[in-house]
Design a protein around this ligand. Structure first.
Ligand SMILES: [Zn+2]
Length: 124
């Protein structure tokens, strides 16, 4: 019989694995807890009937009853990546900054900038 000690997750002491106290959780035992989804809500306002609910099921039932659809619980299907700044744009902007480009302070406001530019870097 070999002596091998492990830290006890129950009491924090070391116990011999071959002489483990029967009323302590074993070192390799995974203690599972049930997955519980609560039904409770904290006074959530429902915009479709202007009432407040403290139950998720009741909230969902009202949504369905009034013809609404709950979204945000399904897995995302559209995984397209929108690269709005192309590498060429970034390279061109960096080159302009390297060459001393500074935005016009009078048109620093984005709305003014968009209104005053033609969409070409050369016009700035
Ligand atoms: Zn113990």
């Amino acid at each position: 019989m070999s002596l091998r000690y492990r830290v006890c997750p129950d009491c924090g002491d070391m116990h011999d694995v071959n002489d483990w106290p029967g009323n302590h959780v074993k070192w390799n035992e995974v203690v599972c807890s049930p997955s519980v989804v609560r039904d409770g809500l904290d006074d959530l306002f429902h915009p479709m009937d202007n009432n407040r609910y403290d139950s998720k099921r009741k909230f969902s039932a009202v949504t369905n009853e009034l013809g609404g659809v709950e979204i945000g619980t399904s897995e995302q299907q559209d995984n397209r990546y929108y690269d709005t700044a192309k590498q060429d744009d970034v390279a061109q902007a960096k080159q302009m900054v390297d060459q001393g480009y500074k935005p016009n302070p009078e048109t620093a406001n984005l709305a003014q900038t968009l209104a005053s530019t033609t969409g070409s870097w050369e016009s700035a």
